[in-house]
Design a protein around this ligand. Structure first.
Ligand code: PBG
Length: 326
């Protein structure tokens, strides 16, 4: 027999062949678009470090959500930026706070044509920028923060949100949110738990988008990027506390974590391709150093291949369009 007898290249000979044997196929329904809405804006405002991403006005948010539905994006994740921040982040629990108002706006626009999700965390609302309320000594008070998350969850559920995303990395947050929602009669509101969230420098541009005032870092509650076993423990705890979906964040530098989480539990696994991951590629593409659309799809395929079946990405609409034209 002539050498080589095995010729894997046969399966790559044409676009039709490659399409038939591909192991990972992305679909717009599994993409979620993170969106920012700022109180008091009348026009959307660009976020310099996230080219193509804006802080929305209430009106532009509704329109952009409807456009995302048009291209088949599966959901949106809402972040609110209040005009006034205070130490307890009261804008997050206030039913008239920007995030809760925006949930109502978007639900009235898209109904159940897509999943409306909301960030369940205080950092956008606190004057000190931490994800929780502070104790007298300046540290983040875990259990007092849980109380606030419970109120916030009920306010978001009352506004009609389909999925809440507790992202503050407080111990017991999933269990507390679940039981508070259940007691208030919101048993159908789904929990997408930020189960694995690293103290990552890749969140940099996001902090501009939400006008974060944080000084210092979040290392007493977010995880050490060097750890994996700790992540699996966080995931097991969140599933035991009632998480419906668990998320790993950031995504691309943590594909091994996504894969391990996928093997460890049987709930759906999500991954958040965060602001810094997006900004790196956009910056390189703006310089002509990378082919933006190809890199976009390559990163999304990689994240899915690693085991994420839901992907939060600032490229959701562009990726959905690109997938439709493939
Ligand atoms: C916390 C939250 C953050 C992000 C999502 N939810 C910021 C943080 O934890 O510091 C970051 C998302 C991104 O970088 O795109 N509410």
């Amino acid at each position: 027999m002539p050498f080589p007898s095995e010729r894997p290249r046969r399966l790559r000979t044409s676009a039709a062949m490659r399409a038939m044997v591909t192991e990972t196929r992305l679909h717009p329904a599994e993409l979620v678009l993170p969106m920012f809405v700022k109180e008091g804006l009348t026009e959307p405002r660009a976020v310099a470090s996230l080219p193509g991403v804006v802080q929305h006005s209430r009106e532009s948010l509704r329109k952009a959500a409807a456009e995302a539905v048009q291209v088949g994006v599966g959901g949106i994740m809402l972040f609110g930026v209040p005009t006034k921040k205070d130490p307890n982040g009261s804008g997050g629990t206030d039913p008239g706070g920007i995030l809760n108002v925006a949930i109502r706006d978007v639900i009235s626009e898209v109904g159940s044509d897509m999943l409306v999700m909301s960030d369940l965390c205080l950092d956008e609302f606190t004057s000190h920028g931490h994800c929780g309320v502070l104790a007298a000594d300046g540290t983040v008070d875990n259990d007092a923060t849980l109380e606030a998350y419970g109120h916030m969850a009920v306010a978001q559920a009352a506004a009609g949100v389909h999925i809440v995303g507790p992202s503050g990395m407080m111990d017991g947050q999933v269990g507390h949110v679940r039981s508070t929602l259940d007691k208030a009669g919101h048993t159908d509101v789904t929990i997408l738990a930020y189960a694995v969230k690293y103290a990552s420098a890749f969140f940099g541009p996001f902090r501009e988008a939400v006008e974060s005032t944080l000084e210092g870092d979040r290392r007493t509650y977010q995880q050490d990027p060097a750890n994996l076993r700790e992540s699996l423990r966080e995931v097991r705890l969140d599933v035991a506390e009632g998480a419906d979906i668990v998320m790993v964040k950031p995504a691309l530098p943590y594909l091994d974590v996504i894969s391990a989480v996928r093997d460890a539990v049987d709930v759906p696994v999500a991954a958040y391709q965060v602001s810094g991951e997006y900004a790196m590629v956009e910056a390189a593409a703006a310089n002509g150093w990378l082919d933006r659309d190809r890199v976009m799809l390559e990163t999304l395929h990689s994240i899915k291949r690693a085991g994420a079946q839901v992907i939060l990405t600032y490229w959701a609409v562009d990726a959905a369009r690109a997938l439709r034209s493939l």
